[in-house]
Design a protein around this ligand. Structure first.
Ligand SMILES: [Fe+2]
Length: 141
């Protein structure tokens, strides 16, 4: 089985129309690609674990910021979006625990593949829906 990590590229197709959150998504993708690099180069558990930890902390920080802005904008689907973040956060925590128990390249590669798929899908399918509400708020300020 090929474990070559997928490289994710941020393009304007992933823009949510809010510079602050686009910058977050770009940073998330950068960290994700760093993790992919660490996995494919067979970096040590310490290096891979550090990148993974940084990525996960940034994911949680980003969720908080997104939720704060959606709340400020009075976004109507905030509850559903928050729920989607919680499910992801729980899953990430359990994957992190699995990695702690077994920091093998296979587990790290699976974790990376899951995060890459989820992130791109989430930005396209869910984050893009809050764009109109948040853009309106940004213009009103
Ligand atoms: Fe989100």
């Amino acid at each position: 089985m090929d474990h070559a990590p997928q490289i994710v590229t941020w393009t304007t197709a992933l823009s949510v129309g809010v510079d602050h959150l686009d910058a977050h998504h770009r940073r998330l993708i950068e960290l994700l690609n760093q993790l992919g690099g660490a996995v494919s180069l067979g970096d040590s558990r310490q290096v891979t674990g550090m990148v993974l930890g940084e990525l996960i902390r940034y994911v949680f920080y980003h969720f908080g910021e997104e939720e704060r802005l959606m709340e400020e904008a009075g976004y109507q689907d905030l509850d559903a979006h928050r729920q989607s973040h919680r499910i992801m956060a729980d899953h990430v925590r359990s994957l992190e625990q699995a990695y702690d128990r077994d920091p093998s390249a296979v587990v790290a590669a699976e974790l990376h593949a899951f995060l890459a798929d989820w992130l791109v899908h989430h930005i396209r399918a869910e984050d893009s829906r809050y764009a109109p509400a948040l853009c309106q708020m940004a213009q009103a300020v």
